[in-house]
Design a protein around this ligand. Structure first.
Ligand code: GLU
Length: 258
């Protein structure tokens, strides 16, 4: 059974999500891909799909930005070195994107939700004609009731003109689609005054109202073993989303039923 969120049992910081008409959810590679096996975390994905179906039942539109193509494809191709060359990443993405799309299709179709794959490059969000075209396609998919699953088109994006991280891509999608809320699901539960994995004195910062230099400094240089994000790209995403009037949350995605 899909769970619905109850405003009475959620903190006030959850209100923007509860009230949002249109939500963008970004899922990081470290959540989606089982690091040991290099395959999708299907059980977890199914619980997320159930939560997303619950948003849809409440009349909310959902767009997904999903990482994981490179992490899924590299294992399949036997690319084991820690740092891949650009062309190896592109090859891994080409193989992994098929697996990623299948994983989402399998999970969301359990809830009779249609899944649409959209691969965007930097130019698709930055050049007006292509931006308008991408926006039209996404709007049409939403109108027809499908859930767009978006990723960067890694196989053609080159180093100079690629996002490279899906945090900023998700923020651009949220801005492009006038989303009310952007949720970045990650392996960290929010912003800390320093990297909590390295500094035991790191303080949790529950709410940020504007991105000051101090906030940017706090986020500097944190990384994750599987994804390419870290807190710096999340702050960069906030700098895109917040001026567009979109609330943004960084949330721990590891538990089932996020
Ligand atoms: N587009 C990359 C992939 O699907 C992920 C980028 C990121 O980790 O944010 O593997």
């Amino acid at each position: 059974m899909a769970r619905a969120m109850n405003p009475a049992t959620h903190p006030s910081s959850a209100l923007p999500l509860l009230r949002a008409r249109r939500v963008v959810v970004k899922v990081g590679s470290s959540l989606l891909v089982d690091a040991e096996q290099g395959v999708p975390n299907s059980a977890w994905l199914e619980t997320l799909a159930e939560d997303l179906a619950a948003l849809r039942v409440r009349g909310q539109e959902v767009l997904l930005v999903s990482s994981g193509a490179i992490a899924l494809g590299r294992r399949h191709l036997g690319l084991s070195s820690a740092r891949l060359k650009l062309e190896e990443k592109q090859a891994a993405a080409a193989v992994g994107q098929i697996r990623l799309a299948h994983a989402w299709k399998d999970a969301l179709e359990l809830h009779r939700l249609s899944v649409a794959q959209i691969l965007l490059t930097f130019g698709d969000t930055e050049e007006r004609r292509r931006y308008l075209n991408a926006r039209n396609t996404l709007s049409t998919l939403l109108r027809l009731g499908a859930i767009p699953v978006i990723n960067e088109n890694d196989t053609v994006a080159t180093a100079e003109i690629r996002y490279g991280d899906n945090d900023r891509l998700a923020a651009r999608v949220a801005q492009m689609m006038s989303a009310d809320c952007l949720v970045l699901l990650s392996d960290v539960d929010g912003l800390y005054s320093a990297d909590p994995r390295r500094d035991p004195a790191a303080r949790f910062i529950p709410d940020v109202h504007s991105i000051s230099l101090d906030i940017e400094r706090m986020a500097g240089g944190t990384t994750s073993a599987v994804g390419s994000g870290g807190m710096a790209t999340k702050i960069a995403a906030a700098k895109i989303a917040i001026p567009a009037g979109c609330h943004m949350a960084v949330a721990l995605g590891r538990e089932q039923h996020v």
